[in-house]
Design a protein around this ligand. Sequence first.
Ligand code: SF4
Ligand code: SF4
Length: 433
Amino acid sequence: MRSVLGPGCYVHFDRDLCTGCTDCVRACPTRAIRVQNSKSALIVDQCIGCGECLRVCPTGALTAATSELEEVAQDQISVAIVSPVLYAQVAEVMPQDVLRGLRRMGFQHTMDLSYQIELFQAATREFIERNRTAPQAPWPLISPVCPVVLRLIDVQFPSLRPHVLPFLRPTALLARDVKPRLIQEYGVEEAAVVLYHITPNRSSLPGERSYVDKVLGINDVYSELMRHLQPSPTPPPIPLAHDPPEQDRFKYGTTSKGVLWGMSGGEIAGLDTDRSLAISGLSETIAYLQKIELGLFRDIEYIEFRTCPAGCVGGKHAAVDKYLAQSALQKLARMLGAGQNVTRDQIINLYNAGWFVAAPDDTEPVYRSGMHREPLTIASLQEIDTLLEKIQGKDCALCGAPNCRTFAEDVVRSRASLRDCFLMCKRERSGPK
Ligand code: SF4
Ligand code: SF4
């Protein structure tokens, strides 16, 4: 039976499928998982939703905590916010037909992120320009776009928080903008409008920083979407009242800048700086965050991080190969042509009004109840060292923790008992030699 593994956790766990192999324990970059009693994985804390455990689990015991497509039919007003990566999954179909297919599936509204991406990109340029000569500027700036990177910084690199560009990411900008407009248009309560983010990496929790209500993986909608892309002799009518008003229509059109964001390098491509980097993949991201922490890359102005390999096209919940998807996005960008939908005046007005900046409570760390690991005191660190000498372990993981230090830390935090150490108990049983 699937169950959520504790508060603030991005993973569902099926105890019946777990064999206790500890592959997930070893793969987790934040040491969030422990296996207890040989056959029950338990997330302790600090899950960042990177999905590494899902990638390595050989039995499918772990799945992303997410919404189900069937829920769309129960919502009064459902809105699909679409990652450009979706277009890359159906290479021969134009974006507007993909959005139409989603509406045939039951979403009343479909929103392309392109316009918000352009706004965000232009505002980032403006931020860099205005702060270029400020001596206290926290170079390099870190992109706030990938939520997994933000959580990773929160839990493992807190000293880098000031480097994160203090803007909401495009999905959140769109969601924050669109929800009140629909509530007003329909005259309904807030709960009646449900915003779904259709994404290649289902790693958002409801309400978390993103303003999105629910998250669906691209592979959750893919087969149903393919069915609804087929020409139908009598397609159900698409209610025009649900389309954006004519004057706003351009806001939801797809642009080349928008689709390129689906791949690594797409975000920095539109910045007026040659001092920028695009890093993708979880281990590379961790390695470069460590380097920034050591004071390297101060001459770089902006770093785009994506924990998925090759960028969002490499998300776990994408439906097609990441390189095929990348090629499809490049082709689509060429077809859409260069061009800019936002004017400098628009940007300056929104920027000066603080429109891009996250509200104070948005900028708090993403810790949810039970996720935050309290810092250890000096006395606790000494206790851990004493325990490690006593254990004399070999990082065997038989206790269910990824290594002996984590196990000793769990003992000090009263989350594990020394009796769980297999080697120590064996030594004690066999007596002194
Ligand atoms: S999603 Fe990532 S952080 Fe969360 S438990 Fe799995 S491997 Fe660890
Ligand atoms: S990877 Fe983790 S959840 Fe999957 S079978 Fe092994 S111990 Fe169980």
